[in-house]
Unconditional design. Structure first.
Length: 324
């Protein structure tokens, strides 16, 4: 089990510290802002790097039983955990159906930046993981959204034309295309491709992650100040407790599948994360009346900081402990 200094390595990394700089600037009501096109560009760049490096490493390691097991577990978690979230939320607070479905999807889907921070933490403590976990990340993003759409349309909502548009956005959206596309490029080009792009997907990635997390810190703190009143104790408790439940289920399944500590840790980190990019984009089309002040703020202002400060280190320590 990692010692205290190892567990705190994530908190003292430059990228995470920049997240807190952004949050502090927002709470101080600074006019610091990252233009939206720049933020979107950084997000796509991070996905490209994660997917490409994952493809290169997957080719080096070869597709094996661990990849198939991790992928199957990831898809199952993403598809089924929103159903559990839906049942829990109906008991926690009387949310309108669109907001309830959006919140369930948020906590079934995954966060690319949390995954990137998890990879950094594992690298800092010298824990290896398979490159194919980037593909597992991509596979886990979509099923939760589809489950939410089924729950949403279970009440007879949605015109056929709009549902087709939503499904198209889910499967060929920027995040899915960039993650899977760059993974395939890395898989095909292998080490030769990595040699050509080493600077682009290596050292420059760290700087871009710092910039991106600065913007996330700004956004999370501002949403918390704007939508804090909508976050009732029940929603806050869900935003802190449900990721622990998801992570526990993922860790148990990872142990049953025989995944090693690094891959089990990353799978658990993914399960304990919450989407704040893909789900809001899909819900904007599927349920524009869903209250973003609830589901986006819960993910971005509560779960994301929790995972950065405690969750990632906790999930990793648990995976290492169970593997020893």
């Amino acid at each position: 089990m990692p010692d205290i200094s190892t567990s705190l390595a994530l908190l003292t990394s430059p990228a995470i510290l920049f997240f807190f700089v952004g949050a502090a600037a927002a709470f101080a009501r600074s006019d610091l802002a990252i233009p939206e096109p720049v933020a979107k560009g950084l997000s796509l760049y991070l996905m490209l790097c994660i997917g490409f490096k994952g493809g290169v490493e997957a080719r080096a390691a070869g597709f094996n039983g661990d990849f198939l097991a991790a992928g199957a577990i990831g898809i199952a978690l993403s598809a089924l955990m929103p159903l559990i979230a839906f049942v829990i939320l109906k008991r926690v607070r009387r949310l309108d159906r669109p907001t309830l479905c959006a919140l369930a999807a948020t906590y079934g889907s995954v966060s690319v930046v949390t995954f990137a921070a998890g990879q950094q933490h594992l690298a800092a403590i010298g824990l290896a993981s398979g490159g194919y976990m980037a593909a597992v990340l991509a596979l886990m993003e979509t099923p939760a959204i589809l489950t939410a759409l089924v729950l949403l349309n279970g009440a007879g909502r949605g015109e056929p034309g709009r549902r087709r548009t939503i499904l198209k956005e889910v499967f060929v959206g920027a995040a899915s295309v960039m993650l899977l596309g760059s993974f395939l490029v890395g898989l095909i080009s292998g080490e030769a491709g990595m040699t050509r792009l080493d600077l682009f997907v290596g050292p420059l990635f760290q700087g871009a992650l710092c910039f991106f997390l600065l913007d996330i810190g700004l956004t999370a703190a501002r949403r918390l100040m704007e939508g804090g009143r909508k976050l009732t104790p029940g929603v806050i408790g869900f935003a802190l407790g449900f990721p622990l439940l998801s992570a526990g289920v993922a860790l148990g399944l990872a142990q049953l599948a025989g995944l090693d500590a690094g891959n089990a840790a990353l799978l658990t980190i993914l399960a304990g994360s919450a989407s704040y990019i893909a789900v809001p984009a899909a819900m904007r089309l599927a349920a524009p009346e869903a209250d973003a002040g609830v589901f986006v703020t819960a993910s971005l202002a509560i779960t994301f900081p929790f995972n950065l400060t405690l969750g990632i280190a906790l999930y990793t320590a648990a995976a290492v402990w169970l593997s020893t």
